[in-house]
Design a protein around this ligand. Structure first.
Ligand code: HEM
Length: 222
């Protein structure tokens, strides 16, 4: 490994880059070996790891999933019952989705109760709110994809909730449905949002979140 690294470093001058990203001391108050209660500072990192796990399992699910009303249910059934480790990969993706929402929420509570949203980190709090919305969007759009009764009616309820927003509700609901009722277009646009729009959005805002975190450093205890 050392030789490979030296080979690349000679040609690409990687050391300053790696130093800028990774070479910084961990403050004592976030070091679990020095202060056991510091585990609350891990929630953001665990959220990130779970997101990576969701991306990886999602990529494997996409090998078999077909986003059309004729085939979606059968393709999920096929993944669940025929594909090697299919039920495991799908199970990790489903449980991982709930765990991600939980972890992001715990992370948000940690940031709130340590007052870390205050000056100078207000913008990072706002970037975090955008990330939270994206994570909820993943959950909402992913729920429809198995295209069973529960998925269909849960989406119908969710779209009706959107329709109840004052002034723009009807417009919002028809954008979500892609028509006047939940159907083929809803499934294909939820799939596109789930695997393309939201991931692109998430990558951009995670980069913004981590950039600000790196510039400002982790907050000190109150
Ligand atoms: C996709 C979800 C998210 C990921 C992967 C993520 C990741 C992280 C990580 C790794 C940190 C470093 C400190 C720590 O882990 O506690 C951090 C800090 C921070 N996050 Fe998040 N975060 C997410 C969502 C949020 C949300 C929803 C909020 C609030 C609305 C938020 C606000 C902040 C703030 C203000 C900091 C700086 C905290 C400090 O300096 O103490 N993040 N985030």
């Amino acid at each position: 490994m050392g030789r490979i690294y030296r080979f690349l470093d000679e040609r690409l001058n990687l050391s300053p880059l790696i130093g800028a990203v990774a070479d910084h001391p961990i403050p004592d108050h976030v070091n679990v070996f020095k202060s056991p209660s510091a585990f609350v500072y891990c929630f953001g990192g665990v959220s990130f790891l779970l997101i990576v796990l969701e991306v990886l399992t999602g990529m494997f699910l996409m090998l078999y999933y077909v986003p059309s009303p004729d085939h979606a249910y059968q393709s999920v059934n096929y993944i669940q019952n025929e594909v090697l480790f299919g039920n495991l990969v799908r199970g990790i993706h489903r449980v991982g989705a709930s765990a991600t929402v939980l972890m992001v929420f715990l992370h948000m509570l940690r940031v709130y109760f340590t007052g870390s949203y205050k000056n100078p980190r207000e913008l990072n709090w706002i970037a975090g709110l955008v990330l939270f919305t994206a994570i909820m969007g993943f959950g909402f759009t992913g729920y429809l994809l198995p295209w069973d009764q529960k998925a269909y009616w849960a989406t119908a309820v969710g779209v009706n909730v959107a329709a109840s927003v004052p002034l723009v509700g009807d417009f919002l609901a028809s954008v979500l449905r892609g028509g006047s009722e939940v159907g083929t277009l809803t499934l294909s646009r939820f799939f596109a949002i789930h695997v393309m729009f939201l991931p692109a959005f998430l990558i951009i805002f995670l980069a913004v979140h981590f950039f600000m975190l790196r510039r400002q450093g982790i907050s000190r205890p109150l």
